[in-house]
Design a protein around this ligand. Sequence first.
Ligand SMILES: Nc1nc2c(ncn2[C@@H]2O[C@H](COP(=O)(O)OP(=O)(O)O)[C@@H](O)[C@H]2O)c(=O)[nH]1
Ligand SMILES: [Mg+2]
Length: 196
Amino acid sequence: MSNIKKGKKIFKICVLGDNKVGKSFFINSYLTSVNQKNIKIFNDKNKIEITKQFKNQNYVIKITEFSSKEEKNIKEKLDESNCVFIIFNMNDRDSFDNLFNKWIIFLRENIHYDRLIIILGNYYNINLKNKFLITDEDEMKKLSEISEVKFIFYEIGNKTKDEKIELIDNLIKEAEEYEIKEGIYDKKQKEKCQIF
Ligand SMILES: Nc1nc2c(ncn2[C@@H]2O[C@H](COP(=O)(O)OP(=O)(O)O)[C@@H](O)[C@H]2O)c(=O)[nH]1
Ligand SMILES: [Mg+2]
């Protein structure tokens, strides 16, 4: 345990997506990877803070969930975020259409596409299990090209709870590397130091 880095890193995630696509369910899977005493749930329920150690680093992970782009604080939280998850339901055409028409356009208009954007395709309704999924990796690649917003896509509908936890841990690490590579970390530090 001696090689654990000192200090806690703060990592902020915004989780966007239509109502009932499974945002809270996905976040709750992640909460099971830590002790109850390391979880803080705020009054408005859409904000959670987790203290967690993984990959030799102590983290405070702050997760905020938004179902509508009109919600207060959304722009401020996106500004502060280190990465953005957009969740949709791969069994639901409206939720797929909204990915572009609502969420991606919103991020593009608000210039939040310099963050690492991760799109997660959920499906869970047992009654819909045999129904065709409305999209696949190739179509999502095309969507990224057309929208000119870079994102990575993962299916989560087929993942177990442990696989979801591992995915989020890995995505946090990936977002950190992305911020360093794109110079976002330096930019944020500079903004912080500006004196008016
Ligand atoms: N079994 C299962 N149920 C899910 C999953 N995702 C969502 N649900 C259920 O679908 C409903 C809506 O999900 P929720 O996470 O509250 O959606 P949100 O509005 O996007 O936060 C809840 O009753 C969840 O329990 C999933 O991956 N598996
Ligand atoms: Mg929710």
